[in-house]
Write a protein that binds this ligand. Structure first.
Ligand code: MN
Length: 198
């Protein structure tokens, strides 16, 4: 059985970047929905229920055919949102330092240039999806609940949810404003630690 993880902060803690109303709906309804649907899809396969989610996602095409779509969509949704909550903090914002700060500047020219490129992908993504920064410092825009992990494109370090449920209540159609405010809550110390972990 998979479970909804607690948020590492209060529902209202990311306001005004993301309101308490959005955080409650997003965590308690949307994320819970992915967890519930993943569990029900895996019900006929007890041996899969005890596997790590990252293991299911990286071996997606070795799974029984009838659960592959559910693992990609619902399992991806569970994985992506679990990562998303941890990538944000009420004390967030600013710029990364340490090895990640140096690597981003080396790869993209400067942190500002990286931020611009990432923002452009997020603003331009068609439909619902996510924009990711992978361990290889690639920026990837992926549709729906696909993860870089499942596509063999490496481990995601951070991602932004570009589904309308992530911002519409606060920002309506102004996705660019959501993205600009999201940078104010990015939890760089957490992302730096993930980058340095291996
Ligand atoms: Mn979402």
């Amino acid at each position: 059985m998979y479970h909804l993880p607690d948020l590492p902060y209060e529902y209202g803690a990311l306001a005004p970047a993301i309101s308490e109303d959005i955080m409650r709906l997003h965590h308690l309804k949307h994320h819970q929905g992915y967890v519930d649907k993943l569990n029900s899809a895996l019900e006929p396969f007890p041996e899969l229920q005890t596997r790590e989610l990252t293991d299911l996602l990286t071996r997606l095409h070795e799974l029984p055919e009838q659960v592959q779509t559910a693992v990609q969509d619902q399992g991806g949704g569970h994985y992506n949102h679990s990562l998303f909550w941890r990538c944000m903090s009420p004390d967030g914002g600013g710029t990364p330092s340490g090895a990640l700060g140096q690597a981003l500047a080396a790869r993209w020219g400067s942190f500002e240039a990286f931020k611009e490129a990432f923002t452009a992908e997020a603003v331009g993504l068609f439909g619902s999806g996510w924009v990711w920064l992978t361990r290889d410092l690639e920026i990837l825009a992926l549709p729906n609940q696909e993860t870089p992990l499942a596509l063999d494109k490496g481990e995601p370090l951070m991602g932004i949810d570009i589904w309308e449920h992530a911002y519409y209540l606060d920002y309506h159609n102004r996705r660019d404003e959501y993205i600009q405010h999201w940078w104010d809550v990015v939890n760089w110390p957490h992302i730096q630690a993930a980058y340095e972990a291996r």
